[in-house]
Ligand binder design. Structure first.
Ligand code: NCD
Length: 362
């Protein structure tokens, strides 16, 4: 069954097709109001969420479908020790499509391997968040008129911020994208993102710590919150939490055409005084998320009816072992430790769930 686990599961052409559908939905909402009649979306949220879950639910309701699900792990059988594989098999009996958010990296992938309905990753730990990226891309497309030839600044928690990981994976496939990574040293982009995404796609990027230095160059500023829930040490969070605060004064040096995006929720990183600035696009971005999720649900249900399958990958099972405590394989004992070869010349492999790197000696 075709699912959306990582944003690169879709080609740039498919993402354009989704943006075109979203624009058509915006222009002609009545045309879509019965498109999902008698279809059910299950939302399985093992981690808190306001906009992602509700925008999925609003998207399905606006398509004429129904929704069921839960919004905290304690109200599901997982709290009794049920595996992700079993949960997804059960949900396949009750719904036509499901969206999963989970604190462990790779959990939606495990669900997709076991479900007989399409699975949408609605955020897995600090790993990725492809539907937020779809909202981000439609916002950039509508506000800037293009996705190519842009200088994009990503600011804040680039280590744990899954939205930045997915956004960079998507943007680096477009021409002329320059990236400025703005973060405290402790919260820099993970090494696998730099190697496998930026370097591999020959992206022009720099890492800096000063937002003020970056601002005049940017077409898009992507602000993010410091991800308190992913810190092992609360004192480190306390020290870093107010690293960046965007104010009207700082914005004076930015281009008039620059757009400010934020996946939300914001904590302190954008002053409310910025909200009335025409460059502040974050509330429009939240609305775009609903339209993109409508387009996505339509696409995946159509492909499920046509019997499209996820491509099979060559993997190495139970030879290398993942030691990332945030990986789904760290909590599900019966899950195979599964790696994909990423560099045969060096014997490098990546965990299929969380992308932890290992080397295998020949
Ligand atoms: C983001 C997330 O959950 O990763 N929020 C969202 O989906 N809109 C960003 C965040 O929580 O900081």
């Amino acid at each position: 069954m075709r699912s959306l686990i990582d944003i690169t599961d879709f080609s740039p052409e498919e993402l354009q097709e989704l943006m075109d559908t979203a624009c058509d939905i915006i222009a002609n909402p009545e045309k879509y109001q019965d498109s999902c009649r008698r279809k059910k979306l299950a939302t399985l949220f093992f981690e808190p969420s306001t906009r992602t879950r509700l925008s999925f639910e609003a998207a399905m309701l606006e398509l004429g479908g129904n929704v069921l699900g839960f919004s905290e792990a304690s109200s599901s059988s997982v709290s009794k020790g049920e595996s992700m594989a079993d949960t997804s098999k059960i949900l396949s009996c009750y719904a036509d499509i499901m969206a999963i958010r989970h604190p462990k990296e790779g959990a939606p992938y495990v669900a997709a391997c076991n479900a007989s309905i399409p699975v949408i990753n609605a955020g897995d730990g600090g790993h990725c968040h492809p539907t937020q990226t779809m909202a981000d891309m439609l916002t950039i497309y509508r506000e800037c008129g293009r996705i190519e030839h842009l200088t994009v600044g990503c600011c804040g928690d680039l280590k744990y911020g899954r939205t930045v990981h997915s956004l960079l994976s998507a943007l680096t496939r477009y021409e002329g994208i320059k990236v400025i990574l703005i973060s405290p040293k402790e919260l820099q982009l993970p090494e696998y993102m730099k190697q496998d995404v930026l370097d591999k796609n020959h992206v022009d990027y720099v890492e800096i710590t000063s937002l003020e230095e970056a601002l005049p160059q940017l077409d898009v500023l992507y602000m993010t919150r410091i991800q308190r829930e992913r810190f092992d040490d609360a004192t480190v969070y306390e020290r870093l939490k107010d690293s960046y605060i965007l104010t009207p004064e700082k914005l004076e040096s930015a281009k008039e055409t620059m757009r400010i995006l934020h996946p939300l929720p914001r904590v302190n990183e954008i002053s409310v005084k910025v909200d009335d600035d025409p460059r502040a696009a974050y509330f429009r971005q939240a609305l775009n998320g609903k339209y993109m999720r409508m387009a996505l649900i339509l696409k995946l249900l159509r492909e499920a009816e046509a019997g499209l399958q996820m491509p099979r990958e060559d993997t190495l099972d139970n030879v290398l072992y993942c030691d990332n405590p945030n990986c789904i394989s760290s909590v599900e004992q019966e899950l195979p430790h599964r790696f994909r070869p990423t560099n045969p010349a060096t014997g490098e492999y990546r965990c299929i769930y969380c992308e932890t790197k290992k080397h295998k000696k020949n």
